[in-house]
Design a protein around this ligand. Structure first.
Ligand code: GDP
Ligand code: MG
Length: 180
């Protein structure tokens, strides 16, 4: 058993409808549930085994708003960004607008966390919807490379594997930073 009280804080960001809530629930339950209340900002907390250690992982789900007229939402988002130690920035491969939203979100995180080691993963979700693809994998990769982030395309609806890999990676990186 690891040190008692090991905790880490993650946030999932991205435009509306990209699958943030589905992704978090997939990680925590290994199941895909199709419908979630939109625009919620629930906090999920769960004990997770990480390299043989019990760690309390807190995951903040966020509503997809990053519009300037939405001052309150922006304020809440900033607080959430300050609170978190690791980030998932999600877009949908079927939604170019959600891809465009990645860079400003990433920059906002970087502003609040000047420590370049803070882990941020860029995720292209809904990779099962190949017929509706509008963002190519290489565009996702290019953007992530430019931002200095890890990149992964996943399908939350098809499989737990990619989702779990992303969260495992984030947990590990945050844990490393905490021990650094
Ligand atoms: P959020 O607004 O980012 O939290 O998005 P939701 O988690 O509410 O998901 C939005 C919609 O996309 C829902 O209808 C989900 O069932 C659907 N969805 C989420 N992930 C996937 C995926 O990997 N593939 C497909 N086909 N649909 C998905
Ligand atoms: Mg949601």
């Amino acid at each position: 058993p690891g040190p008692p009280g090991a905790e880490l804080r993650l946030a999932v960001l991205g435009a509306r409808g990209v699958g943030k809530s589905a992704l978090i629930v997939r990680f925590l339950t290994k199941r895909f549930i199709g419908d979630y209340e939109p625009n919620t900002g629930s906090l999920y907390s769960r004990l997770v085994r990480l390299d043989g250690e019990q760690v309390a992982v807190h995951i903040q789900d966020t509503p997809g708003c990053l519009q300037e007229d939405c001052v309150q939402a922006l304020d809440a988002l900033s607080r959430c960004m300050k609170w978190a130690e690791g980030f998932l920035v999600v877009y949908s491969i079927t939604d170019p607008g959600s891809y465009q939203a990645v860079r400003p979100l990433h920059q906002h995180i970087r502003q609040l966390h000047p420590d370049a080691r803070i882990p941020i993963v860029v995720v292209g979700n809904k990779a099962d919807l190949l017929h509706a693809r509008q963002v190519q994998a290489k565009e996702g990769l290019q953007l992530a490379n430019e931002l200095g982030s890890l990149f992964l395309e996943i399908s939350t609806s098809e499989s737990s594997q990619g989702v779990c890999e992303v969260f495992q990676y984030l947990c590990r990186e945050v844990s490393k930073l905490q021990h650094a």
